[in-house]
Design a protein around this ligand. Structure first.
Ligand code: SF4
Length: 221
């Protein structure tokens, strides 16, 4: 895709998904961090169905850090890997209270010091906080970027660098959300809806039309 086509791509995505934002429901920084940790390997819908009770019982890091593990596990049980995530949340809440005065840290290094917070989770949190210009790559971003020819690498970290190198840092946050939304609604993993896709004249994979496109997943590293 040449520079003009990339500008057109951004323009069309903006028209399609104006004011893009996370589909997780959160009202403050605490809820953001907890929701993003819970959303790893889990749908936003399931997280959103679970967090109202969680946030009602544990409204901040202090209360979450003093929760009993079984009580926490019971609430987040519908979430994939709930046992591990409950342990991570409990430990993270204690650390945020102890090391960061009860506030979500705003650097990659500090965020990654928390259990259960890897690079992608930290990137998403920093992105939402507006604390850094990042372009977190999840399964949708990975797949759609590769189909669009914006990336060809086989790891999340490399794909992130490939995409970032082609776009102004000011567009990274929106592009992250646009690729996720497009991946969920149109460029679906098993059956991309190329016939309905407003990007199909720009997309090198569109020639496959309604035929299923090989499911592409990132390597772990
Ligand atoms: S044309 Fe097809 S493969 Fe390309 S972005 Fe659209 S849905 Fe995905």
């Amino acid at each position: 895709m040449n520079q003009g086509e990339k500008s057109e791509l951004l323009h069309r995505l903006e028209q399609l998904y104006p004011a893009p934002q996370s589909e997780l429901n959160f009202a403050n920084d605490y809820q953001l961090l907890v929701s993003v940790v819970l959303s790893a390997q889990c749908t936003d819908k399931k997280v959103n169905d679970t967090t109202p009770e969680l946030f009602a019982k544990f409204p901040d890091f202090r209360t979450l850090g003093s929760a009993r593990l079984p009580a926490l596990e019971k609430i987040i049980r519908p979430i994939n890997y709930y046992r591990t995530k409950a342990k991570h949340l409990l430990a993270s809440a204690k650390l945020v209270e102890k090391n960061f005065g009860g506030k979500v840290p705003r650097t990659m290094e500090e965020l990654r010091s928390l259990p259960g917070v890897g690079q992608k989770t930290a990137n998403v949190v920093l992105n939402e906080l507006g604390a850094a210009q990042t372009l977190p790559v999840d399964t949708h971003v990975f797949r759609v970027a590769r189909r669009l020819g914006l990336a060809s690498a086989d790891t999340v970290a490399k794909v992130e660098e490939e995409i970032k190198a082609q776009f102004n840092a000011g567009s990274w946050r929106d592009l992250h959300h646009w690729l996720i939304l497009h991946g969920r609604r149109i460029c679906k993993a098993r059956t991309p809806l190329c016939g309905k896709c407003v990007l199909n004249d720009l997309c090198p994979s569109a020639q496959l039309g309604a035929e299923p496109i090989a499911l592409i997943r990132p390597k772990a590293r």
